[in-house]
Design a protein around this ligand. Structure first.
Ligand code: SAH
Ligand code: SF4
Ligand code: F3S
Length: 472
Protein backbone atom coordinates (compact mmCIF):
# COMPACT_ATOMS: atom_id res chain seq x y z
CA UNK A 1 0.00 0.00 0.00
CA UNK A 2 1.14 3.53 -0.72
CA UNK A 3 2.45 4.94 2.52
CA UNK A 4 2.27 8.64 1.86
CA UNK A 5 -0.44 10.01 4.15
CA UNK A 6 -1.04 12.91 1.78
CA UNK A 7 -2.22 10.56 -0.93
CA UNK A 8 -4.84 8.91 1.18
CA UNK A 9 -8.35 9.99 1.95
CA UNK A 10 -9.17 10.63 5.59
CA UNK A 11 -11.40 7.60 5.93
CA UNK A 12 -8.41 5.48 4.96
CA UNK A 13 -6.47 6.87 7.90
CA UNK A 14 -9.06 6.73 10.65
CA UNK A 15 -9.35 3.28 12.18
CA UNK A 16 -12.86 2.05 11.36
CA UNK A 17 -15.60 1.96 13.98
CA UNK A 18 -15.88 -1.82 13.45
CA UNK A 19 -12.19 -2.29 14.23
CA UNK A 20 -12.47 -0.18 17.37
CA UNK A 21 -15.55 -2.19 18.34
CA UNK A 22 -13.57 -5.41 17.91
CA UNK A 23 -10.99 -4.07 20.35
CA UNK A 24 -13.80 -3.46 22.85
CA UNK A 25 -14.75 -7.11 22.50
CA UNK A 26 -11.20 -8.20 23.34
CA UNK A 27 -11.32 -5.84 26.31
CA UNK A 28 -14.51 -7.54 27.53
CA UNK A 29 -12.96 -11.00 27.00
CA UNK A 30 -9.95 -10.09 29.13
CA UNK A 31 -12.19 -8.65 31.82
CA UNK A 32 -13.90 -12.04 32.18
CA UNK A 33 -10.77 -14.16 31.83
CA UNK A 34 -10.05 -16.24 34.95
CA UNK A 35 -6.56 -15.71 36.37
CA UNK A 36 -5.86 -12.58 34.31
CA UNK A 37 -3.65 -9.86 35.84
CA UNK A 38 -5.51 -7.81 38.45
CA UNK A 39 -3.18 -4.85 38.66
CA UNK A 40 -0.95 -2.94 36.26
CA UNK A 41 1.91 -0.46 36.19
CA UNK A 42 3.00 1.64 33.21
CA UNK A 43 6.62 2.85 33.06
CA UNK A 44 7.03 5.78 30.68
CA UNK A 45 10.15 7.16 28.99
CA UNK A 46 10.47 9.97 26.46
CA UNK A 47 8.37 12.96 25.49
CA UNK A 48 4.80 14.17 26.06
CA UNK A 49 3.61 11.97 23.16
CA UNK A 50 4.69 8.92 25.07
CA UNK A 51 3.26 10.25 28.33
CA UNK A 52 -0.08 10.67 26.56
CA UNK A 53 0.16 7.21 24.95
CA UNK A 54 0.67 5.86 28.46
CA UNK A 55 -2.55 7.57 29.54
CA UNK A 56 -4.28 5.67 26.74
CA UNK A 57 -2.68 2.36 27.83
CA UNK A 58 -3.85 3.01 31.39
CA UNK A 59 -7.34 3.79 30.09
CA UNK A 60 -7.47 0.52 28.16
CA UNK A 61 -6.12 -1.49 31.12
CA UNK A 62 -8.74 0.00 33.44
CA UNK A 63 -11.46 -1.00 30.99
CA UNK A 64 -10.07 -4.53 31.19
CA UNK A 65 -10.88 -4.41 34.89
CA UNK A 66 -7.34 -3.92 36.17
CA UNK A 67 -6.37 -1.37 38.79
CA UNK A 68 -3.22 0.70 38.85
CA UNK A 69 -0.65 -0.67 41.34
CA UNK A 70 1.12 1.64 43.80
CA UNK A 71 4.48 0.60 42.42
CA UNK A 72 5.77 -1.77 39.79
CA UNK A 73 6.89 -4.42 42.28
CA UNK A 74 3.26 -4.97 43.23
CA UNK A 75 1.78 -5.17 39.76
CA UNK A 76 0.75 -8.36 37.91
CA UNK A 77 1.25 -6.62 34.58
CA UNK A 78 4.06 -4.17 33.82
CA UNK A 79 4.40 -2.33 30.53
CA UNK A 80 7.40 -0.24 29.43
CA UNK A 81 6.60 2.56 27.01
CA UNK A 82 10.03 3.23 25.51
CA UNK A 83 11.86 6.10 23.80
CA UNK A 84 14.80 5.87 21.39
CA UNK A 85 15.51 9.50 20.53
CA UNK A 86 19.00 9.27 22.06
CA UNK A 87 21.11 6.29 23.02
CA UNK A 88 20.89 6.90 26.76
CA UNK A 89 17.08 6.89 26.59
CA UNK A 90 17.31 3.43 25.11
CA UNK A 91 19.87 2.24 27.62
CA UNK A 92 17.74 3.37 30.53
CA UNK A 93 14.72 1.44 29.26
CA UNK A 94 16.71 -1.75 28.69
CA UNK A 95 18.40 -1.52 32.08
CA UNK A 96 15.03 -1.44 33.78
CA UNK A 97 13.58 -4.24 31.72
CA UNK A 98 16.38 -6.60 32.79
CA UNK A 99 15.78 -5.60 36.38
CA UNK A 100 12.23 -6.94 36.00
CA UNK A 101 13.65 -10.38 35.36
CA UNK A 102 14.50 -10.52 39.06
CA UNK A 103 10.96 -9.58 40.03
CA UNK A 104 9.59 -12.19 37.67
CA UNK A 105 11.52 -14.81 39.68
CA UNK A 106 9.61 -13.74 42.78
CA UNK A 107 6.29 -13.45 40.95
CA UNK A 108 6.21 -16.10 38.18
CA UNK A 109 2.79 -14.93 36.99
CA UNK A 110 4.05 -11.44 36.19
CA UNK A 111 3.30 -10.41 32.60
CA UNK A 112 5.83 -8.05 31.00
CA UNK A 113 5.28 -5.96 27.88
CA UNK A 114 7.34 -3.36 26.03
CA UNK A 115 5.98 -0.87 23.52
CA UNK A 116 6.70 2.59 22.17
CA UNK A 117 9.20 4.17 19.83
CA UNK A 118 12.11 1.84 20.49
CA UNK A 119 10.05 -1.20 19.53
CA UNK A 120 9.09 0.48 16.26
CA UNK A 121 12.76 0.57 15.18
CA UNK A 122 13.29 -1.96 12.38
CA UNK A 123 14.23 -5.38 13.77
CA UNK A 124 14.33 -4.17 17.37
CA UNK A 125 11.34 -6.09 18.71
CA UNK A 126 12.60 -9.44 17.41
CA UNK A 127 16.08 -8.70 18.73
CA UNK A 128 14.73 -7.84 22.15
CA UNK A 129 12.57 -10.90 22.47
CA UNK A 130 15.51 -13.10 21.48
CA UNK A 131 17.76 -11.45 24.02
CA UNK A 132 15.17 -10.97 26.78
CA UNK A 133 13.07 -14.12 26.63
CA UNK A 134 11.12 -13.16 29.73
CA UNK A 135 9.30 -10.38 27.85
CA UNK A 136 5.79 -11.58 26.93
CA UNK A 137 4.64 -8.93 24.50
CA UNK A 138 6.28 -6.29 22.28
CA UNK A 139 4.47 -3.88 19.96
CA UNK A 140 5.25 -0.62 18.19
CA UNK A 141 3.68 2.84 18.31
CA UNK A 142 1.47 2.18 15.30
CA UNK A 143 -0.20 -0.78 17.05
CA UNK A 144 -1.10 0.99 20.29
CA UNK A 145 -4.82 0.99 19.51
CA UNK A 146 -4.71 -2.81 19.06
CA UNK A 147 -3.40 -3.34 22.56
CA UNK A 148 -6.52 -5.21 23.82
CA UNK A 149 -6.23 -7.75 21.00
CA UNK A 150 -2.48 -8.15 21.48
CA UNK A 151 -2.76 -8.63 25.22
CA UNK A 152 -5.58 -11.12 24.71
CA UNK A 153 -3.35 -13.15 22.40
CA UNK A 154 -0.46 -12.97 24.86
CA UNK A 155 -2.55 -14.14 27.79
CA UNK A 156 -3.74 -17.09 25.72
CA UNK A 157 -0.37 -18.42 24.63
CA UNK A 158 2.85 -19.67 26.18
CA UNK A 159 4.98 -18.02 23.53
CA UNK A 160 5.71 -14.33 23.40
CA UNK A 161 3.96 -12.06 20.95
CA UNK A 162 5.65 -9.49 18.72
CA UNK A 163 3.65 -7.11 16.59
CA UNK A 164 5.19 -4.23 14.73
CA UNK A 165 3.18 -3.14 11.72
CA UNK A 166 3.97 0.02 9.87
CA UNK A 167 0.56 1.55 9.52
CA UNK A 168 0.01 5.26 9.71
CA UNK A 169 -3.48 5.40 11.14
CA UNK A 170 -5.54 7.68 13.36
CA UNK A 171 -7.34 5.86 16.15
CA UNK A 172 -10.28 7.80 17.62
CA UNK A 173 -12.16 7.06 20.81
CA UNK A 174 -9.51 5.25 22.85
CA UNK A 175 -10.17 5.46 26.59
CA UNK A 176 -7.80 7.87 28.35
CA UNK A 177 -6.92 7.76 32.03
CA UNK A 178 -5.48 11.23 32.52
CA UNK A 179 -2.62 11.68 34.98
CA UNK A 180 -3.92 15.13 35.92
CA UNK A 181 -7.55 16.23 35.91
CA UNK A 182 -6.84 19.94 35.57
CA UNK A 183 -4.25 19.81 32.76
CA UNK A 184 -4.83 17.57 29.77
CA UNK A 185 -2.99 16.54 26.63
CA UNK A 186 -4.78 16.54 23.29
CA UNK A 187 -3.06 15.03 20.26
CA UNK A 188 -3.63 17.21 17.22
CA UNK A 189 -1.38 15.32 14.85
CA UNK A 190 0.67 12.16 14.69
CA UNK A 191 4.02 11.50 13.03
CA UNK A 192 6.60 13.74 11.39
CA UNK A 193 7.69 14.34 7.79
CA UNK A 194 10.70 16.52 8.45
CA UNK A 195 13.54 14.03 8.55
CA UNK A 196 15.97 16.24 10.40
CA UNK A 197 19.13 14.30 9.59
CA UNK A 198 19.89 13.34 13.22
CA UNK A 199 16.38 12.30 14.20
CA UNK A 200 14.78 8.87 14.43
CA UNK A 201 11.27 10.10 15.26
CA UNK A 202 9.91 10.07 11.65
CA UNK A 203 10.97 6.41 11.39
CA UNK A 204 9.23 5.34 14.60
CA UNK A 205 6.16 7.60 14.55
CA UNK A 206 5.30 7.42 10.87
CA UNK A 207 4.12 10.04 8.40
CA UNK A 208 2.48 13.28 9.44
CA UNK A 209 -1.28 13.00 9.83
CA UNK A 210 -3.67 15.50 11.35
CA UNK A 211 -6.75 14.63 13.36
CA UNK A 212 -10.01 16.04 12.09
CA UNK A 213 -10.72 19.45 13.69
CA UNK A 214 -14.19 18.23 14.75
CA UNK A 215 -12.66 15.35 16.78
CA UNK A 216 -10.20 17.70 18.48
CA UNK A 217 -12.90 20.24 19.32
CA UNK A 218 -15.17 17.51 20.66
CA UNK A 219 -12.41 16.26 22.95
CA UNK A 220 -11.73 19.82 24.14
CA UNK A 221 -15.42 20.41 24.86
CA UNK A 222 -15.61 17.27 26.97
CA UNK A 223 -12.57 18.39 28.91
CA UNK A 224 -14.03 21.85 29.43
CA UNK A 225 -17.18 20.26 30.84
CA UNK A 226 -15.04 18.29 33.29
CA UNK A 227 -13.51 21.55 34.49
CA UNK A 228 -10.11 21.35 32.82
CA UNK A 229 -7.91 24.41 33.45
CA UNK A 230 -5.30 23.85 30.77
CA UNK A 231 -4.89 21.87 27.58
CA UNK A 232 -1.63 21.08 25.84
CA UNK A 233 -1.89 20.36 22.14
CA UNK A 234 0.58 17.73 21.02
CA UNK A 235 2.34 17.02 17.76
CA UNK A 236 5.95 16.66 16.58
CA UNK A 237 5.44 19.74 14.46
CA UNK A 238 2.11 21.34 15.32
CA UNK A 239 2.77 24.26 12.97
CA UNK A 240 2.15 22.04 9.98
CA UNK A 241 -1.20 20.89 11.39
CA UNK A 242 -3.88 20.62 8.74
CA UNK A 243 -1.63 20.55 5.68
CA UNK A 244 -2.87 17.03 4.93
CA UNK A 245 -6.54 17.80 5.58
CA UNK A 246 -7.21 19.76 2.42
CA UNK A 247 -10.01 21.67 4.13
CA UNK A 248 -8.13 24.87 4.82
CA UNK A 249 -7.85 24.40 8.58
CA UNK A 250 -4.45 25.58 9.84
CA UNK A 251 -2.93 25.37 13.29
CA UNK A 252 -3.66 29.06 13.83
CA UNK A 253 -7.29 28.41 12.83
CA UNK A 254 -7.56 25.51 15.22
CA UNK A 255 -6.12 27.63 18.04
CA UNK A 256 -8.68 30.36 17.37
CA UNK A 257 -11.55 27.89 17.66
CA UNK A 258 -10.16 26.45 20.89
CA UNK A 259 -9.58 29.94 22.28
CA UNK A 260 -13.20 30.87 21.58
CA UNK A 261 -14.40 27.88 23.63
CA UNK A 262 -13.15 29.51 26.80
CA UNK A 263 -10.61 26.95 28.02
CA UNK A 264 -8.62 28.98 30.58
CA UNK A 265 -5.15 28.05 29.35
CA UNK A 266 -3.93 26.67 26.02
CA UNK A 267 -0.36 25.55 25.31
CA UNK A 268 1.16 23.46 22.53
CA UNK A 269 4.29 21.64 21.49
CA UNK A 270 6.40 21.34 19.40
CA UNK A 271 6.86 24.09 16.81
CA UNK A 272 9.24 23.93 13.88
CA UNK A 273 10.69 27.37 13.02
CA UNK A 274 10.33 26.74 9.27
CA UNK A 275 6.54 26.37 9.63
CA UNK A 276 5.94 29.14 12.17
CA UNK A 277 3.63 31.42 10.19
CA UNK A 278 2.89 35.12 10.67
CA UNK A 279 -0.72 34.10 11.13
CA UNK A 280 0.21 31.94 14.10
CA UNK A 281 2.25 34.76 15.62
CA UNK A 282 -0.69 37.11 15.15
CA UNK A 283 -3.01 34.53 16.74
CA UNK A 284 -0.68 34.25 19.74
CA UNK A 285 -0.97 38.00 20.20
CA UNK A 286 -4.74 38.24 19.87
CA UNK A 287 -6.10 35.17 21.69
CA UNK A 288 -6.26 35.65 25.45
CA UNK A 289 -6.39 31.98 26.40
CA UNK A 290 -3.21 31.03 24.56
CA UNK A 291 -0.41 31.24 27.09
CA UNK A 292 2.44 33.67 26.42
CA UNK A 293 5.06 30.96 25.98
CA UNK A 294 6.73 29.31 23.04
CA UNK A 295 9.02 26.32 22.65
CA UNK A 296 11.01 26.94 19.48
CA UNK A 297 13.84 24.43 19.01
CA UNK A 298 16.80 26.02 17.24
CA UNK A 299 19.21 23.02 17.37
CA UNK A 300 22.23 25.10 16.27
CA UNK A 301 23.26 28.70 15.72
CA UNK A 302 25.42 27.84 12.72
CA UNK A 303 23.93 28.08 9.22
CA UNK A 304 26.28 25.35 8.03
CA UNK A 305 25.08 22.96 10.76
CA UNK A 306 21.41 23.87 10.22
CA UNK A 307 21.81 22.91 6.58
CA UNK A 308 23.49 19.60 7.46
CA UNK A 309 20.72 18.99 9.98
CA UNK A 310 18.13 19.49 7.22
CA UNK A 311 16.28 22.11 9.24
CA UNK A 312 15.24 24.39 6.33
CA UNK A 313 15.85 27.74 8.05
CA UNK A 314 18.83 29.98 8.61
CA UNK A 315 20.02 31.61 11.78
CA UNK A 316 18.71 34.96 10.64
CA UNK A 317 15.30 33.55 9.70
CA UNK A 318 15.09 32.00 13.14
CA UNK A 319 16.03 35.26 14.85
CA UNK A 320 13.42 37.03 12.76
CA UNK A 321 10.72 34.64 14.07
CA UNK A 322 11.86 35.32 17.63
CA UNK A 323 11.70 39.08 17.08
CA UNK A 324 8.18 38.84 15.65
CA UNK A 325 7.00 36.64 18.52
CA UNK A 326 8.35 39.11 21.04
CA UNK A 327 6.74 42.03 19.25
CA UNK A 328 3.34 40.29 19.17
CA UNK A 329 3.52 38.92 22.72
CA UNK A 330 5.69 41.18 24.87
CA UNK A 331 7.50 39.29 27.64
CA UNK A 332 6.76 35.89 26.04
CA UNK A 333 8.49 32.93 27.72
CA UNK A 334 10.86 31.33 25.21
CA UNK A 335 12.45 27.90 25.40
CA UNK A 336 14.48 25.83 22.96
CA UNK A 337 16.32 22.58 22.20
CA UNK A 338 19.99 22.61 21.21
CA UNK A 339 22.26 19.83 19.97
CA UNK A 340 26.05 20.05 20.35
CA UNK A 341 28.62 17.81 18.69
CA UNK A 342 26.66 17.22 15.48
CA UNK A 343 29.01 15.61 12.87
CA UNK A 344 31.38 18.19 11.45
CA UNK A 345 30.67 20.83 14.12
CA UNK A 346 33.77 23.04 14.38
CA UNK A 347 34.71 25.40 17.18
CA UNK A 348 33.44 28.21 14.96
CA UNK A 349 30.05 26.49 14.51
CA UNK A 350 29.80 25.96 18.23
CA UNK A 351 30.72 29.61 18.84
CA UNK A 352 27.77 30.54 16.60
CA UNK A 353 25.46 28.53 18.86
CA UNK A 354 26.87 30.21 21.98
CA UNK A 355 26.41 33.63 20.38
CA UNK A 356 22.84 32.85 19.39
CA UNK A 357 21.97 31.76 22.91
CA UNK A 358 23.48 34.97 24.21
CA UNK A 359 21.50 36.99 21.71
CA UNK A 360 18.09 35.34 22.18
CA UNK A 361 18.16 35.01 26.00
CA UNK A 362 15.93 31.98 26.45
CA UNK A 363 13.97 31.34 29.61
CA UNK A 364 15.10 27.74 29.36
CA UNK A 365 17.04 25.51 27.02
CA UNK A 366 17.18 21.73 26.72
CA UNK A 367 20.69 20.84 25.63
CA UNK A 368 21.72 17.51 24.15
CA UNK A 369 24.93 15.87 23.00
CA UNK A 370 24.38 14.52 19.49
CA UNK A 371 23.67 10.80 19.62
CA UNK A 372 23.99 8.78 16.39
CA UNK A 373 20.81 6.84 15.57
CA UNK A 374 20.96 3.84 13.23
CA UNK A 375 19.14 4.51 9.97
CA UNK A 376 19.39 8.30 10.11
CA UNK A 377 21.47 10.27 7.62
CA UNK A 378 23.69 11.96 10.20
CA UNK A 379 24.85 8.62 11.61
CA UNK A 380 26.60 8.00 8.26
CA UNK A 381 28.20 11.44 8.05
CA UNK A 382 31.95 12.08 8.20
CA UNK A 383 33.38 14.11 11.02
CA UNK A 384 31.72 12.42 14.03
CA UNK A 385 32.83 14.42 17.06
CA UNK A 386 34.97 13.06 19.88
CA UNK A 387 32.64 12.60 22.89
CA UNK A 388 35.11 14.46 25.12
CA UNK A 389 34.88 17.51 22.86
CA UNK A 390 31.07 17.34 22.90
CA UNK A 391 31.07 17.08 26.68
CA UNK A 392 33.24 20.16 26.99
CA UNK A 393 30.98 22.07 24.62
CA UNK A 394 27.78 21.15 26.37
CA UNK A 395 29.21 22.18 29.73
CA UNK A 396 30.14 25.57 28.33
CA UNK A 397 26.69 25.95 26.83
CA UNK A 398 24.91 24.95 30.05
CA UNK A 399 27.05 27.37 32.07
CA UNK A 400 26.24 30.19 29.66
CA UNK A 401 22.51 29.44 29.69
CA UNK A 402 22.36 29.17 33.48
CA UNK A 403 24.00 32.56 33.88
CA UNK A 404 21.69 34.19 31.33
CA UNK A 405 18.62 32.52 32.77
CA UNK A 406 19.16 34.18 36.14
CA UNK A 407 19.09 37.52 34.32
CA UNK A 408 16.11 36.80 32.08
CA UNK A 409 14.06 35.40 34.95
CA UNK A 410 14.69 38.51 37.00
CA UNK A 411 12.32 40.39 34.68
CA UNK A 412 9.40 38.61 36.36
CA UNK A 413 10.17 39.87 39.87
CA UNK A 414 7.42 42.24 41.00
CA UNK A 415 5.09 41.06 38.23
CA UNK A 416 1.61 39.62 38.72
CA UNK A 417 1.31 36.00 37.55
CA UNK A 418 -1.09 33.09 37.67
CA UNK A 419 0.20 29.66 38.61
CA UNK A 420 -1.66 26.43 37.86
CA UNK A 421 -0.74 24.44 40.96
CA UNK A 422 0.52 20.90 40.32
CA UNK A 423 1.35 19.75 43.84
CA UNK A 424 3.42 20.32 46.93
CA UNK A 425 6.87 21.75 46.38
CA UNK A 426 9.82 19.43 46.73
CA UNK A 427 11.28 21.48 49.54
CA UNK A 428 8.37 21.83 51.95
CA UNK A 429 4.82 20.66 52.64
CA UNK A 430 3.87 24.26 53.43
CA UNK A 431 4.60 25.22 49.83
CA UNK A 432 2.95 24.35 46.54
CA UNK A 433 4.31 24.75 43.05
CA UNK A 434 3.01 25.00 39.53
CA UNK A 435 3.58 26.63 36.18
CA UNK A 436 3.03 30.31 35.47
CA UNK A 437 1.54 31.61 32.24
CA UNK A 438 5.04 32.07 30.82
CA UNK A 439 5.92 28.42 31.39
CA UNK A 440 8.20 28.94 34.37
CA UNK A 441 7.82 27.08 37.68
CA UNK A 442 6.50 29.12 40.57
CA UNK A 443 6.56 28.18 44.27
CA UNK A 444 4.38 29.82 46.91
CA UNK A 445 2.88 29.12 50.34
CA UNK A 446 -0.22 27.00 50.07
CA UNK A 447 -1.91 23.70 50.74
CA UNK A 448 -3.77 20.74 49.27
CA UNK A 449 -6.79 22.91 48.45
CA UNK A 450 -4.71 24.79 45.84
CA UNK A 451 -3.77 21.72 43.82
CA UNK A 452 -5.39 21.79 40.40
CA UNK A 453 -6.38 25.46 40.76
CA UNK A 454 -5.07 28.65 39.22
CA UNK A 455 -3.67 30.94 41.91
CA UNK A 456 -3.04 34.65 41.35
CA UNK A 457 0.26 35.76 42.79
CA UNK A 458 3.03 38.33 42.73
CA UNK A 459 6.58 37.18 41.96
CA UNK A 460 8.93 38.00 44.82
CA UNK A 461 12.22 36.45 43.78
CA UNK A 462 14.03 33.56 42.15
CA UNK A 463 15.59 30.46 43.54
CA UNK A 464 17.62 28.30 41.14
CA UNK A 465 15.35 27.83 38.13
CA UNK A 466 12.05 28.59 39.80
CA UNK A 467 10.29 31.78 40.80
CA UNK A 468 9.03 32.40 44.32
CA UNK A 469 5.76 34.25 44.84
CA UNK A 470 3.14 35.51 47.28
CA UNK A 471 -0.52 35.01 46.64
CA UNK A 472 -2.69 38.04 45.90
N1 SAH B 1 9.54 17.26 17.18
C1 SAH B 1 10.20 17.93 18.19
C2 SAH B 1 10.92 17.06 19.21
C3 SAH B 1 11.88 16.07 18.75
S1 SAH B 1 12.82 15.21 19.94
C4 SAH B 1 11.09 18.94 17.52
O1 SAH B 1 11.27 18.92 16.35
O2 SAH B 1 11.59 19.79 18.22
C5 SAH B 1 13.32 16.50 21.04
C6 SAH B 1 14.70 16.99 20.85
O3 SAH B 1 15.64 15.96 20.95
C7 SAH B 1 14.98 17.62 19.51
O4 SAH B 1 14.51 18.92 19.42
C8 SAH B 1 16.49 17.56 19.45
O5 SAH B 1 17.07 18.69 20.05
C9 SAH B 1 16.81 16.34 20.29
N2 SAH B 1 17.30 15.22 19.48
C10 SAH B 1 16.62 14.54 18.54
N3 SAH B 1 17.41 13.58 17.98
C11 SAH B 1 18.61 13.67 18.60
C12 SAH B 1 19.84 12.97 18.48
N4 SAH B 1 20.00 11.99 17.59
N5 SAH B 1 20.88 13.34 19.28
C13 SAH B 1 20.73 14.34 20.16
N6 SAH B 1 19.59 15.04 20.32
C14 SAH B 1 18.54 14.72 19.55
FE1 SF4 C 1 12.70 14.94 14.70
FE2 SF4 C 1 12.90 17.08 13.20
FE3 SF4 C 1 10.61 15.74 13.23
FE4 SF4 C 1 11.34 17.12 15.36
S1 SF4 C 1 10.87 17.97 13.35
S2 SF4 C 1 10.56 15.04 15.35
S3 SF4 C 1 13.57 16.91 15.36
S4 SF4 C 1 12.57 15.01 12.44
FE1 F3S D 1 11.23 9.52 22.34
FE2 F3S D 1 9.39 8.70 20.72
FE3 F3S D 1 9.09 10.98 21.97
S1 F3S D 1 11.57 8.54 20.40
S2 F3S D 1 11.17 11.70 22.27
S3 F3S D 1 9.18 9.01 22.91
S4 F3S D 1 8.40 10.49 19.91
Amino acid sequence: MEKDGNDMTRSDLTVSAEEMERQKEFTAEIRQMPGRPESFYVVTYGCQMNAHDSEKLSGMLQEMGMTEAEDREQADFVIFNTCCVRENAERRALGNVTWLKEIRKRNPGLVIAVCGCMIQEPGMAEKMLKQYKFINLAFGTSNLWKFPELLYRTLNTDRNTVVVENEDVIPEGLPISRARKEAAYITVMYGCNNYCSYCIVPYVRGRERSREPASILREAEELLRSDVQEIMLLGQNVNSYGKDLGGGMSFAGLLRELDAMGIPRIRFMTSHPKDLSDKLIETMGSCGHILPQFHLPVQSGSDRMLKEMNRHYTRSQYLDRVRKLRAAVPGIGLSTDIIVGFPGETEADFADTMALVEEVRYDSAFTFIYSPRVGTRAAEMDGQIDPEVSKERIQKLIALQEGLQQETMARFVGMEEEALIEGFSRRSTLEVSGKGRHGISITLRGGAEDIGRIVRCRITGLKNNTLTAERI
